[in-house]
Design a protein around this ligand. Structure first.
Ligand SMILES: C[S@@+](CC[C@H](N)C(=O)[O-])C[C@H]1O[C@@H](n2cnc3c(N)ncnc32)[C@H](O)[C@@H]1O
Length: 212
């Protein structure tokens, strides 16, 4: 499986702008969950696919954020967001499937709406497990595959191709819950829920935390 991210000079800037514009709406949708999941986070946080920086507002001022973001078109807005919220940002232009951090070196890894997009989610989850210290925590919010044969599953399958193209690799119908359950974390808490949003294909969601 390729661990190279193909930067798109048209869609990259469009998506970066769109995620920046949507950050207030994202806060409305996910703010409470993120505050709960990120509470008591340590001084250094690793975030996979931080995009335009939607999560910066929930990190404590002065946090050292190691941002694994292969999409170079996100970097400008990511830096702006870091400046706005007083985050000490270190960007690594790498994919989540190939992280250059040492094994057993991180306390806290964050991933929101990213495992849908990585080319090889199993490899990315393996990397997260590898870099976490024993008892380190991985927190996530992801949209997932709808129940088999449901109307939502039908919509996800129909929209999948154009969605995957426009959102640079995002899969509407990935079964991320099962992938996390099979990943072999020491403990795993997953809550499945329905997000109330006009972005119908991504309304089946999960959130939770895993301990290595
Ligand atoms: C839907 S956006 C979510 C951005 C942000 N996490 C948020 O919650 O707003 C998906 C992000 O994953 C990034 N991404 C895509 N493939 C990736 C990969 N293989 N490794 C790491 N990040 C990736 C994209 O560049 C983009 O920033």
């Amino acid at each position: 499986m390729s661990t190279v991210f193909k930067n798109n000079i048209i869609l990259g800037p469009i998506n970066s702008w769109m995620f920046k514009m949507l950050s207030g709406y994202m806060d409305h949708l996910f703010g409470n969950s993120k505050r709960e999941l990120f509470k008591n986070h340590p001084q250094t946080v690793v975030e996979i696919g931080p995009g335009a920086g939607a999560n910066m507002r929930y990190f404590k001022k002065g946090t050292h954020l190691i941002a694994i973001e292969p999409n170079v078109h996100m970097h400008k807005n990511l830096k702006k967001s870091a400046d706005k919220y007083g985050i000490e940002l270190e960007i690594k232009t790498l994919v989540g499937e190939s992280i250059d951090l040492p094994s057993n070196s991180c306390d806290f890894v964050v991933c929101t709406l990213v495992l849908c997009s990585v080319a090889d989610p199993n490899q990315c989850i393996d990397q997260i497990k590898r870099i976490l210290k024993p008892s380190g925590k991985f927190v996530f919010i992801e949209h997932v595959k709808a129940n088999e044969n449901s109307v939502l599953a039908f919509i996800q399958n129909i929209i999948h191709k154009p969605w995957h193209w426009f959102f640079e690799g995002c899969n509407t119908n990935r079964d991320t819950k099962v992938l996390l359950e099979r990943a072999g974390f020491n403990s795993l808490h997953i809550e499945s829920y329905h997000l109330y949003s006009p972005f119908i294909p991504i309304t089946p969601q999960i959130k939770g935390e895993a301990i290595k």
